[in-house]
Structures are given as C-alpha cells and as structure tokens.
Design a protein around this ligand. Structure first.
Ligand SMILES: C[S@@+](CC[C@H](N)C(=O)[O-])C[C@H]1O[C@@H](n2cnc3c(N)ncnc32)[C@H](O)[C@@H]1O
Length: 361
C-alpha cells in the first residue's frame, strides 16, 4: 500500500529540502521539495537496543520524521537479517547529484534503483523519458516502478547487473551509481557519450570522472565519504575461526585507525574489504576484524596482537597504509585515471602513493 501525500508530509519534505541545502542555492532543491520520499519508503527497518530489526510504517510514531530526516533508511533485509536495499542518506544523494550536474537534455543512467527515490529526483530534473535505472533485484524493480507511477513518473526501470550498464538506451551523458563498486565497470565507459560525467561510490569514497576519449576518463574523489551497499557478488565469508588459531604478531597501528583515518585508503588497496569491530562490556573498542572477497581474514587487538590467514596478509597492507599517511588523508586529494589498459588511483602530487584497481568482473 502506498500512503497518500498530505499537508504533514508536504511540510516535512519542504523542511528537509531547505535543511539539506541550508540556504545555499542548489539546482536540486526543487526536486527534493517536490518528490515525496514516503511514497518510495512506505516501510523501513530500524535496529532496537538488542539489535533486532523493527519495521516502521506510516501509522508508527516517528515514521514521517525519520523519512524526512537526513538518514539512510534500510528498506529490505534478507532471511538472515542482512540489509539488501536502502534509501540512501539524502545529503549524500544531494552531493552526488550536484557533482553529476544532470540537466534537461541529458540521457541519464542510474545503477541501483532501490526504492526509486533517486530515480524520481533525476526524473524530476531531466524528465522521466531521459532516465534509465537498473537494479539487480527484480522485486525492487517492480516496487520502484509502482512508486514512480504513483507520483506520475515513468522512467525506464530494468532488472540487471548495473555493472553491465544498459546498452539499449546508450549513449548516456550522465551515469550515477548508488551501489558500491571496487573499480569503474568498463561497460559504463563504453556506453558513455563523449564528455559524459560519471559519479560512483568507489571503495569508501565517491569519485566523479569525466570521459575524455573513448575508454579514457579521469577525475577526483568528492570530499564526502560513502558507505554504500556493495554491488552484490559472491564473496567468501570471513575466516575468524582459522585466524584465531594463528600465532599472533605485533602491530603498532591502533585498530581504531582502520575504522577511521585509514578506512578509505584501505578500500583502494584491499578492494571489497569489509571490517567489523568488537567492544568490551563498557563499549570500548577491543579489536577489529577485516576480510576480503577471497577469504583473507585478519584481526587486530588493542593490545597490538594481530592474527592473519588466507592468501593475502591484510593487516600488513593496513600497516603499509599507516606509514603512507601521517594523518587523515583528504578524499579530494585522491585522483582516478582510467585508460583502456587500466585504472589507477593516485594520492597527492606526482610520485605519491598509487593503487591499480582490479577490473570489475
Ligand atoms: C543503496 S541502495 C540504492 C538506493 C536507491 N538509489 C534509492 O534511492 O532508493 C543499493 C541498491 O543497489 C542494488 N544492487 C546491488 N547490486 C547491484 C548490481 N550488481 N546491479 C544493480 N543494482 C544492484 C541493490 O539491490 C539496492 O537496491
């Protein structure tokens, strides 16, 4: 069921649109003020103090305030309670849309339809006929189509792996992803018009590149960090049990660094890595764990004890990162260059650290 728009929801979204731009002029304010997010998020899930997921809908206290707040909202869980779709944080969506610079006359491709809310914002700005959106999950594609129809928008919404783009409607002047990638998928470049702008989450950052020649693109990361849901793929599970049986080695890098200042650069050096942390009963950090899709796993305890297993020595790479950066590196000092032979992220001036990204499978 989709809930009707009323004066309360209209007032709430006007307020959110104004708060997002904080008095600054943005070409996206009208879209945020016009598109009713609650139509796209009729239900979302929040974890209670025990970690159990509770669902909230229109009738629940706090629903409307949450939908029109600057919060990412989990909208779908799998059978194990793992989130598989969400409506992204509005302020991050705004920064990405501003970086995209889509306007009337542009053909736009979106990867990760999810609820369809971002698709609606794009359609509001450039016209629904010019927007194509792809999601891997057929159920979501169907639901997003319905939500879009409810607000009178009919962009092309299709089911597929966004990393393949959508050839039928290419070329695109603007391409945006709201699903996390490890590198720029080649089909996106092939389907991009000359001079196209592409904005995608890459590792724990968001990169904006301009296509200069066929197969060539370059650009910088935005200052905004990004924690998007990863593109679905079949990565191995972490091997914490096996790691716990390894002889510990010592590290001088505080485990908290991986959760803070090294989070983004580590995502370039260890594409697809995931981290987690354990706290003591007072809530103080005890240790962190990390693993990559090939099953490599490491844990680091605040005492300095590190245990690693699998094909890659993940914590060794974290230590290498810690030496490369004395403080917290600024995201906009990272630059991505794409050529037909490879993709390289470099930091700072020429001769600084750089990382070759893996091809997207
Ligand atoms: C953060 S949500 C997108 C939010 C969406 N833009 C919105 O406004 O609601 C990420 C979405 O990416 C989708 N996704 C995951 N892997 C994908 C893939 N390989 N291709 C396309 N979409 C994918 C998920 O199903 C999920 O709906």
């Amino acid at each position: 069921m989709t809930w009707p728009d009323n004066s309360a929801s209209a007032a709430a979204r006007q307020q959110m649109a104004a708060a997002l731009t904080d008095g600054r002029l943005s070409e996206w304010t009208d879209a945020f003020a016009a598109v009713p997010r609650h139509v796209f998020v009729p239900r979302f899930y929040q974890q209670d103090a025990t970690g159990a997921w509770q669902s909230l809908t229109w009738d629940d206290p706090g629903y409307l305030a949450a939908v029109y707040s600057d919060e990412a909202l989990t909208t779908q869980l799998d059978d194990d309670g793992v989130p598989t779709s969400s409506s992204s944080q509005p302020s991050v969506m705004l920064r990405m849309l501003e970086a995209l610079g889509a306007e009337e006359g542009h053909q736009v491709l979106e990867l990760g339809t999810g609820t369809g809310y971002n698709t609606a914002l794009l359609s509001h700005r450039v016209g629904d006929k010019a927007v194509t959106s792809v999601d891997i999950d057929y159920g979501l594609v169907k639901a997003a189509g319905k939500h879009l129809d409810t607000v009178g928008l009919r962009p092309t919404v299709v089911c597929g792996d966004g990393a393949r783009g959508w050839q039928d409607r290419a070329p695109y002047d603007r391409i945006i992803a709201t699903v996390g990638l490890h590198s720029m998928p080649e089909p996106l470049l092939e389907q991009a018009a000359p001079g196209a702008v592409i904005v995608v989450p890459l590792g724990y950052g968001i990169v904006r590149v301009t296509v200069t020649d066929p197969g060539h693109a370059s650009g910088r990361f935005l200052p905004t960090p990004a924690y998007f849901m990863a593109r679905r793929s079949n990565g191995a599970a972490p091997r914490f049990h096996e790691a716990a049986q390894q002889q510990p080695t010592d590290t001088t890098v505080p485990p908290a660094d991986l959760l803070g200042r090294l989070k983004f650069p580590a995502s370039l050096a260890l594409p697809g890595y995931v981290s987690c942390s354990w706290q003591d009963t007072d809530g103080n950090l005890e240790s962190v764990g990390l693993w990559t899709p090939d099953g490599s796993t490491a844990t680091a305890h605040v005492s300095g004890a590190v245990r690693q297993c699998g094909p890659q020595r993940l914590w060794d790479m974290v230590e290498h990162m810690a030496k490369s950066f004395t403080g917290t590196p600024e995201l906009e000092d990272f630059h991505l260059a794409i050529t037909p032979t490879g993709q390289v992220v470099s930091y700072g001036a020429a001769g600084g650290p750089s990382w070759a990204l893996p091809a997207t499978p």
